[in-house]
Design a protein around this ligand. Structure first.
Ligand code: ZN
Length: 628
């Protein structure tokens, strides 16, 4: 064996090894999980290599895309495009035809570019690709780097004498002898001399590591809502029960059925005993009757996707494109907590219903406790744990007083789960959760540090889910940059600009500073809040930060990232910060202190009620008093 051959075998082995930790995808993988730019590696059933006597799937095709941003469409074209949009499909179709009948007169036309295709062959090609081929990929942003890696990878893999195709490999019937001889569904760069360099191998490993680190997965739980769109055009629920694609968490069906059976046959006389928390007097009677009537149809009525059925503030606050992605399953990391259904995917079909977490269940406990108990059931718990084990971070956007959180606490105790809540927003909370979900999904936030950055913008708070206990005392606000008391977003931006741009410049003794809106926007990690940034930069800030506006340069649209404001910095030191800013800070401190006696009273109450021990009370009391 020659020196070059040995080195190729070694490199081929390393390439396969480097790619091993990457997740394997197929035609069902949502686009959102794929990079926008990258190199892909296809694997085919029954195709193995035997380096070191180890049997492993071998790479059967390497590819990439030229135009930036086309990675996903490249993959989609392979699995379900046509021969003219995918050379891979051309190779497969050609081999299929030649295998069946080498003299098939359609072969010539099939292999030519931009000629009319044959529908029946396309169907067969899609079937073969979807059934037999999976792929892995590494994100590669730079076009030149992508193309270079592709070339070197193909050259190396094609020349490896160990990675030979199996006896029955479809590629043995390919028209091109490059495919037949190399064992790759590639023709370009096959057997070329651009064997992968040691640097490129190192880089490949880096890219895989980066992508694997980024591959932390995040899940969001949101509550259902009472506003629902009526009717629907899906089959009644009893028909979709066992259909995996219409009903993701079927393991809950027996428990849902118990509720559905019960409420759809409840007598009018008994209704008030079960539909609780619906006001008082005549209003209550009317509301109870309405809920009772609506649920009589649970079995028979048409269904609708949950994301369309729910029509409350949270759902209406979602961006159209995010709602679309939730509807078609391209975003699949949001789960809805529902009183009737337990947990459901936005794509699940559900009936029109009316039930609240505080209502009474057939087992006489509340619905919230009904689901808590169900989730603790050993079998159900196993299913749910398996489901949740795929996620690294979980965020629950819901109130802790409406019965949604406690069932979740039963299943999330082993997860890194956070509760996002809006202490002062009242009725507006759902709208804020909708806005936060928009931001998180749009910006693909995963880590708590990322999500935490946007929390103060909405006057919300975030805490570990397991820290919430029934009757627990309100926790002190954890705010990234202070100013939680009634400061609107523009005031927060002004304060941020003062503290992070103007004051440091003043300290450095600078007399002038020019600030770009886009820089503020990105440093505050805001999302689509450019108008607020521009407005903060041009008004009120002069008084607040002791500066004078010298010049404003706006882009043609009036607002945008390239909106510049130049300020003259007045005063020479920190002491001259405007009294107004100090006033704001003072208020914060007072607000904080004023809360402590109240907290102490709350604590004492909790102790008297036996919810916390005397020891816990004394410890907390000392902590609070120390802060005074
Ligand atoms: Zn090999």
């Amino acid at each position: 064996m020659g020196h070059e051959e040995k080195s190729i075998i070694q490199k081929c082995k390393i390439i396969h090894k480097i790619l091993r930790p990457l997740p394997e995808y197929d035609h069902r993988t949502p686009n959102s999980e794929l990079p926008e730019n990258g190199v892909y590696f296809f694997y085919e059933d029954n195709e193995f290599y035997e380096h070191d006597n180890k049997r492993q799937k071998r790479i059967v095709r390497v590819g990439t895309h030229r135009v930036d941003g086309r990675f996903r469409s490249r993959i989609n074209n392979h699995y379900s495009g046509d021969k003219n949009s995918s050379v891979f499909r051309k190779h497969i179709g050609g081999a299929l035809m030649r295998k069946r009948k080498p003299t098939d007169s359609r072969i010539k036309q099939w292999l030519e570019q931009d000629t009319p295709t044959f529908k029946e062959i396309e169907i067969e090609v899609s079937r073969v690709l979807k059934n037999n081929f999976s792929f892995k990929c590494v994100p590669v942003k730079d076009r030149e780097e992508r193309l270079e890696l592709e070339e070197q990878l193909i050259a190396t893999l094609s020349k490896c004498p160990i990675c030979t195709p199996s006896k029955n490999w479809l590629g043995r019937y390919a028209q091109s002898d490059l495919i037949r001889k190399s064992g790759l569904w590639n023709t370009q760069y096959v057997f070329s001399n651009s064997i992968i360099t040691d640097n490129a191998i190192k880089r490949l490993k880096e890219l895989v590591n980066e992508s694997n680190n980024k591959k932390k997965r995040v899940l969001f739980f949101i509550p259902c809502c009472s506003e629902k769109r009526p009717n629907g055009d899906g089959p009644p629920w009893k028909k979709i029960r066992s259909k995996q694609n219409l009903n993701k968490f079927q393991f809950l069906d027996d428990y849902r059925l118990q509720l559905i059976n019960f409420y759809s046959s409840l007598s009018k006389k008994d209704a008030p005993n079960y539909y609780k928390n619906r006001g008082s007097g005549a209003t209550r009677d009317r509301k109870v009757e309405k809920a009772w009537k609506r649920n009589l149809e649970l079995f028979k009525s048409n269904t609708m996707k949950a994301i369309d059925r729910y029509n409350g503030k949270l759902y209406r606050a979602l961006d159209d494109n995010i709602r679309d992605a939730l509807r078609n399953g391209n975003i699949d990391n949001v789960i809805i907590v529902s009183a009737l259904m337990g947990i459901i995917a936005p794509t699940d079909l559900i009936s029109d219903y009316e039930l609240m977490m505080g209502d009474k269940s057939p087992t006489t406990m509340t619905i919230s406790d009904y689901w808590s108990t169900t989730f603790e059931n050993e079998v159900i718990n196993t299913y749910i744990r398996e489901l949740l084990s795929k996620y690294d971070y979980i965020y629950c956007l819901m109130s802790d007083t409406t019965g949604y959180v406690s069932p979740l606490q039963k299943i999330l105790s082993e997860s890194e789960a956070y509760h996002i809540y809006c202490p002062d927003a009242g009725q507006n909370s759902p709208r804020i959760w909708g806005a936060i979900l928009n931001d998180c999904l749009r910006e693909k936030y995963v880590y708590p540090e990322e999500v935490e950055q946007i929390i103060p913008i909405y006057d919300c708070e975030m805490r570990k889910l397991y820290e919430i206990k029934r009757g627990s005392i309100p926790r002190q606000k954890t705010i990234v940059y202070k100013g939680g008391i009634g400061l609107g977003l523009t005031d927060k931006i002004r304060k941020f600009v003062c503290e992070n741009f103007i004051e440091p410049a003043r300290k450095r003794g600078e007399k002038e500073i020019t600030i770009r809106a886009g820089d503020v926007h990105s440093r505050m990690r805001l999302s689509s809040r450019m108008p607020a940034v521009c407005s903060a930069l041009k008004s009120k800030i002069d008084r607040l930060c002791n500066v004078e506006i010298l010049d404003i340069k706006a882009p043609p649209s009036g607002q945008g990232a390239n909106f510049y404001v130049t300020y003259k910095i007045l005063g020479t030191s920190n002491e001259l910060v405007s009294s107004e800013l100090k006033e704001v800070e003072k208020k914060e401190v007072i607000g904080d202190r004023r809360g402590i006696p109240e907290l102490l009273r709350e604590l004492a109450k909790l102790r008297n009620e036996g919810i916390i021990t005397n020891q816990e009370f004394e410890k907390k009391k000392k902590e609070l008093l120390d802060r005074l």
